[in-house]
Design a binder for this molecule. Sequence first.
Ligand code: FE2
Ligand code: FE2
Length: 513
Amino acid sequence: MKQSDHQSILIRQPQILCVDSDAAGLALLEAVFTPRGYGVIQAGTGLQALEILSKEPVDLILLDAILPGTDGFTICARIRDIERLRDIPVIMMSALKSREDLLKGLEAGADHYLFKPLDHDEMIARVRLLIGRKKRRDTFDNLQRDMNALTVLEEKTLDSFSPSHFDFQPQFERIIVLLLRRTADILDKPRVLIAGLLTADDKARWNQYEYAFQDFSRMKIAYDPLAGVDAAQPGGQKIFFLNNESTVLSTKTILRNLRARNVTVENGICYLSQDLCLMALNYGQEIGVNELNFFRHICVQSRLLHTLSSMRNIAKAFDYGIYALSRTAEAVDDEGGNHMHRVGEYCGIIAERIGMKEDFIRTISLQAILHDIGKIYIPAHILEKKEPLTAEETIEFRKHTFWGAKIIGGHPYMRVAQMIALNHHERWDGTGYPRGLRGDAIPIEARIAAFANQYDALRMARPYKQGIDHATVTKILNQGNERIRPHHFDPQVLRAYRETAFLFEETYERRKG
Ligand SMILES: [Fe+2]
Ligand SMILES: [Fe+2]
């Protein structure tokens, strides 16, 4: 961006819409306001004024009561009826010193009424007052809106939070779009944000964010804006203004670092904590307490997100523990662990299809792999036997459900795994084991896993049986055979299978090992 563009965006004059049929009167108003730092837009009729208002941002309207066509009173009333324009201050003017007109103007919603010939000093004082008031109210309204949006985002983050799938960057970018200025006429926001994640090994990751032609853009930056600045101590976060007059050493150092990379800094705020540094640069107006507070809120929120994202490593370690545990069962029964992992995947497919929550889908996909962990207590001669098991051997074999539940234990985080290990041989019609539970008495995770396990058990080859192809297995599950009946399964699970059978086949082929 050229330096001149930058300036024009930073300095936006308040715009006064002057509506008068008298061209000389309009020229006079322009001559009064332009040198005082206001922009003047002229309109000769009320309809022209409405047309301008529909397209351009206006901060105040000077409106003559007597206009050709629709008069000023009617125009004023119409402006007050339009939501977007309602809060623009209107000063009405009239050559007639009539109390009746004055009341009519106020009735139509004018904020003030001036009689012609205009007293310029009074008019200028009124304009300044009303524009100042509007600016404060706009800032406040914007802040409220942004705070609300931020609260909604915070709530969404909490609702969907899952430690193993939490990603800092997209969450962070979702909140900083609220901070950045999207268009030139928004003055109370910064144009540029520079953000750095300060990791323990001092290798910060820096990005620069801004809206370029209304598109949110992120640019990786390779230099360190904090080079030569003392790091924040634990718990010692600082917030300070980045202004050119500052004599504080760290401010001067940061500004020098940024300028060396051609980053223009008109004004700004820097938040520096041990793990995060945010620099909001180039607000369109002086940075007030509202801007400061909102920025700080964004910074604290970003740090919270960053802290949440560090839980990912803990969640990963937890997942790792489950995989490690599952490998012990591979040693006795499932070389390579393909069966267990396929069952986990099928469970995820069904859980999703029947509309379970995301968190449940993830949990069951992971924890179902432990369903046969109890087999490590079953003697190898039973597991590997090619002939049908004797009655005693069957009793022994069925105990793998109890053993599994015992190994997994009763921690709430492992509840799904425990329920599956214990109940994955129960049947919907009550003919299963170990307890002969029926219907809804079987936990849903076990009903899903029972089906998934059955599908895979039919598909794969075992020492005592051949593998069966997908189409035949589907037929068996739907219609039954001498050992398997459709009413062994929860009807909603079976229905979900019918709708997702192709995914089962794809999973089996991909992970058949
Ligand atoms: Fe089993
Ligand atoms: Fe199994």
